[in-house]
Design a protein around this ligand. Structure first.
Ligand SMILES: [Zn+2]
Length: 243
């Protein structure tokens, strides 16, 4: 893999590694930690592909693909989508010549150690720059998620504290702004529990591989974004110097 990508790693005389090309990032964090927003900003900043498995599942479900419909069934029930389904979807996107060949930020994937191992396998020889844990306390994400409302047409996200201008119709397209089926407090609690149970081992996995950096996700969006960029730059500088 990597033939179609712009990323290259070259050994230097002093035993270091020169990294060129775009970042390859994993962004981890609870749902509601602001991962999606920050991943989109990183994607724009570095001109890399943003892959959110949630959006991908919803898009595939809307298209009626077998993987997508199966994924949607689990999400509607507030359950995490099983590994084999997720991996099937993600591997297609990471295949040589695919749209992720020239750098990416993965958001919502990997969600299990098995997925993290599978990702290493698929990225064979072209590893991640860094896995970032965007850390936000549970109470804060609960409040954010339970108050979230989404436009059915364009998926724009609102909050009960920041509603659209006109009576729960989207500012952009007038579509109905509703609470998503999987955003009820009960479903959120269940997802957070599953997430916490499954994520500690993933954080350990990336820590053992020397890839994990924890970033404080509390604060203004701009502040958090600046922290993320600093981490990405630091990691790539260290890699260039053959740390
Ligand atoms: Zn809309």
């Amino acid at each position: 893999m990597g033939a179609a990508g712009a990323t290259t790693r070259t050994s230097t005389a002093d035993g270091g590694t020169v990294v060129t090309g775009n970042p390859r990032l994993v962004l981890l964090g609870k749902q509601g930690a602001g991962k999606g927003t920050q991943a989109a900003r990183l994607s724009e900043h570095y001109d890399i592909q943003h892959l959110s498995t949630g959006d991908l599942f919803r898009a595939q479900a809307a298209e009626g693909t077998a993987f997508g419909l199966e994924a949607k069934r689990y999400m509607d029930a507030g359950e995490l989508v099983p590994d084999d389904i997720v991996i099937g979807i993600v591997e297609e996107c990471l295949a040589p010549g695919g749209r992720l060949a020239d750098g990416f930020v993965l958001d919502g994937f990997p969600r299990t150690v098995t997925q993290a191992e599978e990702l290493e396998r698929v990225l064979d020889g072209w590893p991640l720059d860094v896995a970032i844990d965007l850390d936000v306390p549970r109470e804060i994400v609960l409040d954010r998620l339970a108050g979230r409302r989404v436009c059915e047409v364009c998926q724009r996200v609102y909050h009960v504290n920041m509603p659209p201008v006109h009576d729960w119709t989207c500012d952009d397209d007038g579509g109905p702004v509703v609470q998503r089926e999987d955003d009820t407090e009960e479903a959120i609690e269940r997802r957070l529990e599953l997430y916490e149970r499954e994520t500690v081992p993933i954080l350990d996995f990336y820590r053992e591989h020397g890839k994990l950096v924890v970033v404080d996700g509390v604060g203004e969006g701009d502040e958090v974004f600046a922290r993320l960029v600093r981490v990405v730059e630091d990691e790539r500088r260290c890699a260039r110097h053959g740390r």
